[in-house]
Design a protein. Structure first.
Lengths: 168, 549
């Protein structure tokens, strides 16, 4: 191949660059862009925050306001889509949006009301989460479902002691 | 296991105990007074090639510091891990650098990060930590919190080793021909390079510490992927394999095929990227543009297969997250056919230019014995007559199922290193097509995974630049206790000392580029005044306005 052939190749190939951003660029089907949160589906189980490697999704328990707040920071996100994988209610979907270099960092905030323990009055989880879980567990343990973990434990121990006393 | 029997036969009397991990890697325990003898026996009698040194603060486990010397026994298809236990109050170990040149960096790293004293080491200056790092603070010890920032000290200062009759020429840390911040100090006599001093690790990110302290098993792969911007998937696979080996997890066959497939796609784009860079360094920018044009469809291919051009986020411990659809598999054949056509046209055109090949031939020679002693890996080793390739020597993923050639050249010069990569592109295309043809069905992620505590795993993967190895010691609460990464450039960059010796100055940038060094892989902004240890935080604006300390 002579030197002329390089010129020939260049002429054959022509211009390969695109005039982005004046021309739209298509992303493939499997692309993972900005995650979209559906607040109506979210039950505040915090599974997404647990798997999030860069801590882009954080959960803050605001006891004074009585809400569990889920915060998403796009600047920290690595777009792995693990949150969408693990979400039990499919409240998170990966969109195809990739133009994310905004001046202000996009922050999603979802607020879900916390429910209080009827015994000690401490807020411990969201009512949506409780409803979701109560559909999945045995009926025998359902009676204690509204209690916070501490009160539930105390309740269980007391009932065991009581039944042991009754046996004697 | 036959390899274990051979190893024990040669090392009998010098080792305390041994065990086999993951059915293929051998760990032997050695007393530190026997270390030199054992290393000599391994390199001379067993043909072992130095791979990496893993330092481990295992005081919580058995009360000792561990220093683990890893050798690759290519002919026996196994890694041999030699563990020396060191007293916790005064960890000391004799240097093996006089026996294997390649161990120089490994030992300095162990000293820097774990505070283990190395006796009789020829050059114990700081390697990884900055000059102002206070003495006696070892960041990889377990008592060191990953968020703490020690006060800089001015007690240690970098001492260059230059003699008086040479002229020193700075090459870096920022240089048009270097893509990342590294510093080569070239010592020249007239127009001839007589020595090179390397200072790197400017972008050491402390990823190992992060993995050990904050992340859980399945979070580490995403951080591992970000060790390198070009071959991140390699680290990702390597980490997962190490954990899978430690936990004895059976990965579904289809997942293994998908891993191999993406690894080869990555090799394709990496080699094309390098060919472009090589053209650029040679002053042939037309070639640079064409190489990157040919590379673009491969990036699109990666995007179609995994969702992203880079940082695929595909692996988890136990398999992969996304399946390869039939549509994208068909796309592969179409794209690769076009790439092959364009590529062979490009390569033929490149080799026909005598001005280019003349500069490549005979420059930057690395003789075979030096290659063994430095433990060089990948295309650099294969250009120096060493037939080393992890895909064959330590088969992993689906590489046992496909056949391919390992292009090997014997001259050890820049031309050989170019030709190895040129030929490997053809082989990779063949492997990708083969893998897609044979890909079995079935699940892609193992279910019910449990990772037991305190098990060791070791794994190697052939990255585009050579052998990448990860060592994992599993810990409690779904975390790793120790995660050690060694990228291929870590073993290749020290060999530049030999390659650049007596080489004309004009060939130096090319020779450095011929290693295809990946600095942020090897390493993992604050301004510090070394003379008084003061730190300054400088804003971009202040810097633009001519900031001075």
């Amino acid at each position: 191949m002579s030197r002329l052939s390089w010129i020939k190749t260049s002429l054959e190939v022509g211009v390969v660059t695109k005039k982005y951003p004046f021309e739209r660029v298509e992303v493939p089907e499997a692309f993972r862009g900005l995650p979209e949160f559906d607040p109506s589906k979210c039950m505040g189980c915090t599974a997404c925050a647990n798997v999030c490697t860069p801590d882009a999704i954080r959960v803050v328990e605001d006891v004074n306001e009585g809400v569990r707040r889920l915060e998403y920071r796009v600047g920290k996100c690595i777009f792995c889509g693990r949150c969408a994988d693990v979400c039990p209610t499919s409240a998170i979907k990966m969109s195809k949006e990739f133009e994310l270099a905004y001046k202000d960092e996009v922050v999603y905030i979802i607020e879900i009301r916390l429910t209080n323990c009827p015994v000690c009055g401490k807020p411990f989880t969201t009512s949506r989460h409780l409803t979701h879980v109560s559909g999945k567990i045995y009926e025998e343990v359902l009676e204690n479902i509204n209690l916070c973990p501490d009160c539930r434990r105390r309740n269980n121990v007391n009932s065991i002691i009581r039944s042991a006393g009754a046996m004697r | 296991m036959e390899a274990a029997r051979t190893v024990l036969g040669v090392l009998s009397g010098k080792i305390d105990s041994y065990k086999v991990v993951d059915g293929k890697h051998i760990i032997v325990d050695v007393k530190h007074e026997h270390l030199a003898d054992v290393v000599k026996a391994i390199t001379d009698e067993l043909g072992g090639i130095y791979t990496v040194i893993v330092g481990n603060d295992a005081r919580k486990l058995d009360g000792f510091f561990h220093s683990i010397y890893v050798f690759s026994l290519d002919s026996m298809k196994t890694y041999l891990l030699v563990r020396v236990r060191l007293r916790p109050e005064l960890p000391e170990v004799p240097s093996i650098t006089p026996i294997v040149k390649g161990a120089n960096w490994g030992e300095r790293e162990v000293k820097d990060l774990l505070g283990i004293n190395i006796l009789n080491h020829p050059d114990l200056r700081k390697l990884i930590l900055p000059d102002v790092w206070p003495d006696g603070v070892a960041p990889l010890r377990k008592e060191f919190n990953y968020q703490s920032r020690p006060q800089p000290s001015s007690s240690t200062c970098y001492v260059p080793t230059r003699s008086e009759d040479v002229v020193t020429l700075p090459y870096g840390p920022y240089h048009p021909l270097l893509h990342e911040p590294e510093y080569f100090e070239l010592h020249v006599k007239g127009e001839t390079v007589v020595d090179v001093e390397y200072r790197g690790f400017h972008v050491h990110r402390g990823i190992e510490k992060l993995g050990e302290s904050r992340l859980t098993y399945n979070q580490v792969p995403f951080v591992a992927e970000r060790i390198c911007g070009i071959c991140g998937f390699v680290h990702n696979v390597c980490y997962c394999q190490a954990v899978e080996g430690a936990a004895k997890i059976n990965v579904p066959e289809r997942a293994l095929y998908i891993r191999s497939l993406i690894l080869e796609v990555e090799r394709l784009h990496s080699h094309l990227l390098w060919l472009g860079v090589a053209c650029h360094v040679l002053g042939f920018d037309t070639g640079f543009m064409h190489a990157w044009r040919i590379r673009e469809p491969i990036m699109n291919l990666a995007e179609a297969l995994t969702g992203n051009r880079k940082n695929y986020g595909l692996n988890l411990v136990g398999g992969v997250r996304r399946d390869v659809s039939k549509d994208s598999a068909e796309k592969v054949f179409k794209i690769l056919k076009k790439v092959k056509e364009d590529y062979s046209k490009f390569v033929n055109g490149l080799i026909a230019i005598r001005e280019l090949t003349k500069r490549l031939e005979g420059s930057g020679v690395l003789p075979s014995p030096d290659a063994v002693s430095y433990g060089v890996v990948g295309p650099v080793a294969r250009a120096s007559k060493l037939k080393r390739d992890v895909r064959v020597d330590h088969p992993y993923a689906a590489y046992g199922e496909v056949s391919f050639d390992i292009p090997t050249f014997s001259e050890g010069d820049n031309m050989s290193r170019l030709m190895v990569r040129v030929e490997e592109v053809y082989e990779s295309i063949k492997i990708v097509e083969d893998l897609i043809d044979r890909m079995p069905g079935g699940p892609i992620l193992a279910e019910d995974i449990e990772v037991p505590e305190y098990r060791e795993g070791f794994s190697g993967v052939e990255a585009p630049r050579g052998e990448d190895v990860h060592y994992v010691l599993t810990g409690k609460y779904s975390k790793v206790y120790r995660w050690k990464v060694r990228a291929p450039s870590y073993n290749n960059i020290p060999a530049l000392k030999t390659m650049l010796y007596e080489c004309p100055l004009s060939d130096a940038p090319l020779t450095i580029a011929s290693v295809d060094p990946c600095f942020s892989c090897t390493d993992r902004l604050l301004v510090v005044d070394i003379s008084n240890g003061r730190k300054f935080k400088v804003s971009l604006k202040a810097l633009a306005n001519g900031w001075k300390p």
